[in-house]
Design a protein around this ligand. Structure first.
Ligand code: HEM
Length: 410
């Protein structure tokens, strides 16, 4: 539940998408986001872009496999998602995951990536302020409050600086044919917002949410999936064989071959259920609403508990079991994106559903297809259990994994 004091403060907040309480400005930003990262042409163009990056990453992972040393897969996937999202947003060519993989292969101690470390801290701050009523964090948890505030301020300065640089580039450029997300966002926001100051503020807020939303979400989902595949060799082999069949001899994964990987897609969907990355969705009732014969009053704040719905034994047979085949069968009910009605909503529902869903699915599919085709994943400690850290999203704790080359490694 959102405490009243927070709500009062949110009432004045008209920036960004996630916690924006002003319908008009939310609509403008949502349009910006959906018209840029949601466009089919943009999504199709992502496949070769991410594929090029992965070709370099797998050279590094090959060296890691040859060295036979474990790598923290939660950190690796965080860097992969960060490299990809910053490339999409700013056309920045980052190689943080490659540097990390090479460093580990050579037995060096690798320093944490500053941008990723900042996102982790901000997600932690989001989790902290989302859970604890304001008077507690203000008066009782003063020390933690100070730390989280500093992380948030550092993050705000970083994103503002990046967007300012971008604004200068956009206004100097005459050719915006191959636009990155930030450029497209600027141009759309300029056509929709009343003044330059508002444009700047909205772009900064939206970019903050896109980096945050685009990093710790897909990266943790992939880390959780790698954990399952490391524990279940038969599933991992099944995905690997499917990918080998779907791509031609060149091994290049293109847009068409991605559509020939239903089992991998089902495994990604199933991990969305078992890990419930976003544990709950929040809603404000703008009118009295009838739910299961009960009237919920206008003005109520609801939390839709994904983590409970996703493991409800009345809906899911053997809910604790990681079983992708449940998403390959004919849906039990015709409702909802996967035929499981309200019982399955990893990306949310309706007008507030995640605007990055298609992007995340393409990214996760191409990254996991590439990794599953080329490597087996082995837990460095066979008894390793999964550590889950509850932040703004569910985060995968330290997970050391050994990459082993498969026969289809090239
Ligand atoms: C596995 C990956 C992801 C998961 C599981 C996820 C999940 C979610 C969920 C559950 C919501 C709330 C939806 C609702 O209340 O109905 C949400 C909102 C949002 N997501 Fe994602 N997301 C993912 C990836 C991404 C990516 C890649 C981006 C950006 C490129 C993104 C940006 C956002 C934004 C901006 C919102 C707020 C939308 C609004 O309030 O109108 N997400 N996401």
């Amino acid at each position: 539940m959102i405490p009243d004091e927070s709500l009062h403060r949110l009432g004045k907040y008209k920036l960004g998408l996630l916690v924006n309480s002003d319908l008009d400005s939310w609509k403008v930003l949502r349009k910006c986001l959906v018209e840029s990262i949601g466009r089919p042409k943009f999504l199709k163009g992502l496949v070769p872009k991410i594929g090029g990056y992965l070709a370099e990453l797998t050279d590094s992972l090959d060296r890691l496999a040859d060295a036979g040393v474990p790598i923290l897969v939660n950190e690796l996937m965080g860097l992969v998602s960060m490299d990809i999202i910053l490339n999409i947003i700013f056309s920045e060519k980052r190689e943080a995951a490659i540097i990390y993989g090479d460093g580990i292969a050579e037995g060096k101690k690798v320093k944490p990536d500053p941008a990723l470390a900042m996102v982790h801290k901000v997600m932690d701050a989001g989790g902290f302020y989302g859970k604890v009523p304001p008077f507690i964090y203000k008066y009782i948890l003063r020390g933690k409050d100070k730390l989280h505030r500093e992380s948030v301020l550092q993050w705000m300065r970083y994103t503002e600086e990046r967007v300012r640089q971008k604004q200068t580039e956009v206004s100097a450029s005459t050719n915006n044919e191959h636009m990155d997300f930030a450029t497209s966002l600027f141009l759309t926001a300029e056509s929709l917002c009343p003044d330059q100051n508002t444009v700047f503020k909205q772009v900064v807020s939206t970019i903050r949410e896109t980096i945050g939303g685009g990093t710790d979400t897909s990266s943790n989902t992939m880390a959780f999936l790698i954990y399952e595949l490391a524990r279940n060799k038969a599933l991992a082999d099944q995905i690997s064989d499917e990918v080998v069949r779907a791509v031609d001899a060149s091994g290049i994964i293109d847009h068409d071959s991605l559509s020939r990987m239903p089992f991998l897609e089902a495994a990604i969907t199933e991990i969305g259920r078992t890990c419930s990355l976003v544990a709950g969705l929040t809603r404000y009732l703008s009118e009295d609403t009838l739910v299961d014969g009960m009237v919920l009053k206008k003005g109520a704040h609801l939390v839709i508990a994904n983590s409970m719905n996703h493991s409800d034994p009345e809906v899911w047979e053997n809910p604790q079991l990681f079983d992708p085949t449940r998403f390959m069968k004919k849906p039990a009910k015709p409702e909802g994106p996967h035929g499981f009605g309200w019982a399955f909503s990893p990306f949310g529902y309706g007008v507030r559903r995640c605007p990055g869903q298609e992007l995340a699915l393409i990214e996760m599919k191409i990254v996991m297809a590439t990794l599953c085709r080329r490597y087996r994943f082995r837990l460095a400690d066979p008894l390793q259990s999964l550590e889950i850290h509850e932040s703004s999203v569910r985060e995968c704790g330290p997970l050391p994994i050994i990459f082993e080359k498969r026969e289809h490694n090239q």
